[in-house]
Write a protein that binds this ligand. Structure first.
Ligand SMILES: [Zn+2]
Length: 160
């Protein structure tokens, strides 16, 4: 047997001013999107904003339901909206923010496994990476150049 190690590469921006203006705006749009969150069960509000290749921004927020499994995360809400609004446009960047009514959430929050898989499928489909900005309420942003960094043992079209 051989032990293997999978490194995850990301960049940490300590303040939002380290990001360019477009990415700062995208994070602000994710915060605005969070206001549309419907999370009466988890009290965990998430907002996402996508920068499309045509420069448009598409927002999403988590939408929970009394029938728990049909709830949708902010990331998948935004991806679904983007496909409806701009079916041929690529997603360039996604910004994700979160907060809770029950506790402090100072650090950046990462997408759940289902959303990682959805973002991987989107990258595969559009054949280009999606930049991921996870922005924490302490001002820190974690920057990933592809969902593959967050889903390293993946299967996608590049293996076909
Ligand atoms: Zn999710």
């Amino acid at each position: 047997m051989t032990e293997k190690l999978i490194p995850i590469k990301y960049v940490v921006a300590e303040t939002i001013t380290e990001l360019d203006e477009q990415e700062q705006k995208l994070i602000e749009q994710a915060k605005l999107a969070k206001e549309g969150s419907h999370a009466p069960y988890s009290n965990f509000n998430v907002g996402a904003a996508l920068l499309m290749a045509n420069g448009k921004i598409v927002q999403g927020s988590n939408q929970e339901n009394a029938a728990y499994p049909i709830g949708l995360c902010a990331e998948r809400t935004a991806i679904s909206a983007s496909v409806s609004l701009f079916p041929t446009e690529k997603v360039k960047t996604i910004a994700i923010v979160a907060s809770s009514q029950n506790m402090e959430v100072p650090f950046p929050v990462a997408p759940c496994g289902i959303c990682r898989q959805t973002l991987l499928e989107t990258e595969s489909k559009q054949r280009s990476n999606i930049r991921i900005l996870l922005h924490g309420n302490n001002g820190t942003t974690f920057i990933f150049n592809s969902i593959k960094e967050l889903l390293p043992l993946h299967f996608d079209a590049e293996y076909l």
